[in-house]
Design a protein around this ligand. Structure first.
Ligand code: GLC
Length: 652
């Protein structure tokens, strides 16, 4: 983005004009905190120019732009004054160590509060469980007030300032955040910023025909414009309904609803929407949230004649939010949820935009490699697509609350001799168990008969073959499935970035089909991996020789080893050439430690030849970290079916 001289000057002039007025307005509150004000003032000076520039790009053409600037500045001061003392302290701590989240010590878990512990106060009792597991990052799925009945698993928000009463109150959330922080765990929440529910106060006001609030959303009195937009849009939930617009009887208008008909897209071309949502965001920051997951970011800006995804203004908007957070609540980070083409995913990741991002490409390609037993597409894509700007990290996940979509690049596939469309069909057949010899028990999600698109639901364990193996009571199959699961978890933990565990996967939870008898859930197969099943023995963790226990302890061990390995701090990942189509290997380097990590994606033992080991940096005998075995240099190395090794080649 260009920063012409006139913009700098304009930014400076407007701050010089506005700030004294606002300082006078808040004189009383500021009198008590002169030292801190200095800190705020420095941050404001540092970030203002770019904030001004973004706002100017988005709203500079409006006659009352100066008013928008004043409102935004006023908001920054208000939320900074309201920020609790403990959060001010955290801000200072994080500013002294801004890259804390790149540490090998950071590992995460994500869960639904109601499914995991009924409510927020129940969750507090489980903190020791998180500590045993070793997680330091706790993402709670949406916990805000939502419509009774369907609410897209909490992604249709009625009120960003009210916790769903079934789960607790804002005060409970605040207390929980404080308690977690004391125990070294960061609270992560969703910010559902593309849409509100149709029951949100703004939507209610819009429904009365109030023009101020109609302008919070996209509504149309006739189909002409709707049709022109619709031409270029894709259907996100095609089995639920066609098109991105919903007719509203009360309003006698079409409403833009990208997701479900009760999720109304917000109109960010209206600066009032920007301001209103920024307030909600800063309010959440002040509740103690350390990472905000920005939901569905790809969709937040619309432009006629385009797919209305990944528009340049979507980035400008997030950068403007980012600048505001850097000023008021610099302890808070953004995580982008953009499940789109890999070229677009990466554009959201930048220290001035989202410091963290889900890594849907790695996720999809790990499953791809598990199905094919070959790692060429994984290697090729990762090789040229995984590098992030300094100061950013991937969040690596195997499963989450959503489906799996095959979002690899067609050209990457083509270069590996793979026909992308055919391959997606194969993967869908494989993961729904249709392909002969498949081990998987995935469930189809959102089949679109118009273009054949399909995505996959299912838990880590069911997708990786455990459900089928247990049904058949076949010990060999069970063993293979267990190894597959651990193999994927190993890569998730060691390849670089924050590993994010989907609760239940730590002990191998299987698909839960009870959702089919609930009319509110039956048409959304994602509920198959959103289970209420509990691992009863889990909490006391007495040694039992169950599969659950084995999974749990393997996870704990992996997390522990990660935390003891400075090489696994984020950054510095190079792929190693194994010379074997089934082996996926990489070198991690950092803090005087160098690890060669090798993963076997085949159910047969595989060999990495001595020459390849040498070329990958193993020049002398080395130790394998899990087994403490010595790996002799100059010899071929055999890696057992679906096993992995961490070879310590430090100093070689
Ligand atoms: C995100 C969520 C998904 C939800 C959608 C709409 O993609 O992960 O669960 O349906 O946004 O909010």
């Amino acid at each position: 983005m260009d920063r012409p001289e006139w913009r700098r000057e304009a930014a400076r002039n407007s701050l010089d004009r506005l700030l004294p007025r606002l300082e006078a307005r808040y004189e009383k509150a500021l009198a008590d905190i002169p030292v801190r004000w200095n800190l705020f003032y420095n941050r404001l000076n540092r970030e203002w120019e770019r904030l001004f520039m973004y706002l100017h790009e988005l709203y500079g053409w409006q006659y009352d732009f100066f008013y928008t600037l004043e409102q935004v500045l006023d908001m920054l001061i208000r939320y900074w004054i309201d920020r609790p003392e403990t959060m001010h302290q955290l801000d200072e701590q994080r500013e002294a160590d801004p890259l804390w989240f790149l540490s090998e010590e950071v590992v995460g878990i994500v869960l639904y509060v109601d499914l995991f512990s009924d409510n927020l106060s129940g969750l507090r009792n489980h903190i020791p469980y998180f500590e045993k597991l070793g997680v330091t990052y706790l993402h709670l799925m949406p916990i805000f007030s939502v419509p009774r009945g369907e609410n897209d698993g909490g992604y249709a928000v009625n009120d960003y300032r009210a916790v769903n009463p079934d789960l607790g109150t804002m005060e409970d959330l605040f207390q929980l955040a404080a308690e977690l922080r004391k125990r070294g765990i960061s609270l992560v929440l969703d910010f559902v910023l593309n849409h509100t529910s149709d029951e949100h106060a703004w939507a209610q006001n819009a429904k009365t025909g109030d023009p101020e609030f109609l302008n919070y959303y996209f509504t149309f009195t006739d189909r002409t414009l709707v049709d022109r937009f619709q031409e270029h849009l894709r259907d996100i939930f095609p089995t639920v309904r066609k098109g991105s617009f919903t007719w509203n009887d009360e309003l006698q208008r079409w409403v833009w609803t990208t997701f479900n008909s009760y999720q109304w897209d917000l109109n960010y071309s209206n600066p009032a929407v920007f301001q209103a949502m920024a307030e909600e965001m800063l309010f959440l920051a002040n509740q103690g949230v350390e990472v905000l997951r920005l939901d569905a970011v790809a969709f937040i800006w619309k432009r006629l004649g385009t797919t209305c995804e990944n528009q340049p203004e979507a980035h400008t908007l997030i950068r403007a939010f980012n600048a505001m957070v850097r000023i008021v609540a610099p302890a808070m980070l953004f995580k982008s949820e953009a499940i789109v083409h890999p070229d677009d995913v990466i554009k959201y990741v930048h220290p001035e935009e989202c410091q963290l991002s889900y890594n849907p490409l790695l996720m999809a390609l790990l499953w791809e490699a598990l199905a094919t037993r070959e790692v060429k597409l994984l290697e090729h894509s990762i090789h040229h697509r995984e590098r992030l700007p300094h100061g950013c990290a991937w969040v690596n996940y195997l499963r989450c609350h959503d489906d799996i979509g095959w979002t690899f690049d067609d050209e990457d596939a083509w270069q590996m001799g793979i026909d992308a469309q055919g391959h997606r069909k194969f993967l869908n057949d494989f993961y729904t168990g249709k392909h002969p010899g498949s081990f998987s028990k995935g469930v189809p999600f959102q089949f679109n008969p118009d273009n054949g698109d399909l995505r996959i639901s299912g838990t880590l364990s069911s997708l990786a073959g455990l459900e089928e193996a247990l049904e058949k009571q076949d010990n060999y199959m069970i063993e293979l499935a267990v190894r597959r699961i651990n193999l994927l978890r190993n890569i998730q933990v060691s390849i670089g970035g924050i590993p994010l565990l989907y609760a239940g996967d730590e002990y191998g939870v299987l698909n839960d089909y009870t959702f089919l008898s609930d009319p509110l859930k039956a048409n959304d197969s994602r509920w198959v991996h959103r289970s209420r099943k509990r691992w009863e023995a889990g909490e006391d963790l007495a040694h039992t020789d169950t599969l659950e226990w084995r999974f749990f302890h393997e996870m704990v061990k992996l997390f522990k080893l990660r935390k003891q390995s400075p090489a696994l701090r984020n950054g510095g990942m190079e792929l190693a050439d194994t010379g074997n189509p089934h082996l996926f290997a990489y070198i991690r380097d950092g803090g005087d430690q160098r690890l060669l990590i090798i993963n076997n994606f085949s159910e047969y033992a595989q060999v990495m030849r001595a020459g390849k080991l040498k070329a990958s940096g193993m020049r002398r005998d080395a130790q394998e970290i899990f087994t403490q075995r010595t790996i002799p240099a100059g010899e071929n190395l055999e890696i057992d079916a679906y096993r992995y090794m961490w070879i310590d080649i430090s100093g070689q």
